[in-house]
Design a protein around this ligand. Structure first.
Ligand SMILES: *Cc1c(COP(=O)(O)O)cnc(C)c1O
Length: 178
C-alpha cells in the first residue's frame, strides 16, 4: 500500500505514465500544482481542466462527472490554501470512475487528511512529500499511499533502482568502525 520514491514529483510522474495517454485524459483543477500539465504534456496525454470559481471551493459535481481516467487534486490546494473536506472527496469518489489522486504535499499543515478514506476507496491515491513540512527537499523523498493493485502498477513502471542513500554518511560510519 506504500511506494516510496525520489520526491512526490517522481510518484506523480509514474501516475501520469500509468494512467494517462492520448485516449485517456488526466484531469486537474486550475489553479493548482503547475507540474501536472507538464507531466501530461511529456506523455502527449489528453487533459481536462476544471477551473475553480472565485470562491476557490471544490467543484465536486464537475469532477464527479469527469471522464478523465485520472484526476489530480491538491489538498490543501496551492496557491489558494483551501483544504477540501473528506465528505466532498467521498462525493467525488462515489461517482467518479477513474483514479482520484489527492496530492497532500501540505496536509501536515491542515486539520484533516484523506488517509481514513483509503480503506474504503480502492481508486484513491494519496501522495505525500518530505520536502515541505519536514523541510527535507534536498533528500528527495516522497511516497504514495494506495490500494495494492495501484501500487503494483506503479512498482512495475518505476526505475529498477531504489531511493538512494547518502554515500558520505556511509563512509563516515565505516571509518568510525575501523
Ligand atoms: C512541492 C510539491 C510537490 C513535490 O514535492 P517533492 O516531493 O519535492 O517532489 C508535489 N505537489 C505539490 C502540491 C507540491 O507543492
Amino acid at each position: 500500500r506504500v511506494l516510496f520514491r525520489s520526491g512526490s514529483d517522481d510518484i506523480l510522474n509514474l501516475l501520469v505514465r500509468a494512467f494517462c495517454g492520448s485516449a485517456a485524459a488526466a484531469g486537474y483543477t486550475v489553479p493548482s500544482y503547475s507540474l501536472y500539465p507538464v507531466l501530461v504534456g511529456m506523455q502527449d496525454g489528453a487533459s481536462e481542466i476544471v477551473p475553480f470559481d472565485r470562491t476557490m471551493r471544490l467543484p465536486v459535481e464537475r469532477i464527479a462527472a469527469s471522464r478523465s481516467r485520472i484526476f489530480f487534486l491538491t489538498s490543501p490546494n496551492a496557491p489558494t490554501g483551501v483544504a477540501f473536506a473528506n465528505a466532498e472527496l467521498e462525493r467525488i469518489l462515489a461517482a467518479f470512475p477513474g483514479i482520484l489522486v489527492v496530492d497532500e504535499a501540505y496536509a501536515p499543515f491542515a486539520d484533516d487528511d484523506a488517509v481514513p478514506l483509503l480503506a474504503r476507496y480502492p481508486r484513491l491515491v494519496i501522495t505525500r512529500t518530505l520536502s515541505k513540512a519536514y523541510a527535507l527537499a534536498g533528500i528527495r523523498g516522497g511516497y504514495a499511499l494506495a490500494h495494492p493493485e495501484v501500487i503494483g502498477l506503479l512498482d512495475r513502471l518505476r526505475d529498477s533502482y531504489n531511493v538512494n542513500r547518502d554515500r558520505k554518511s556511509t563512509r563516515l560510519n565505516s571509518s568510525h568502525r575501523t
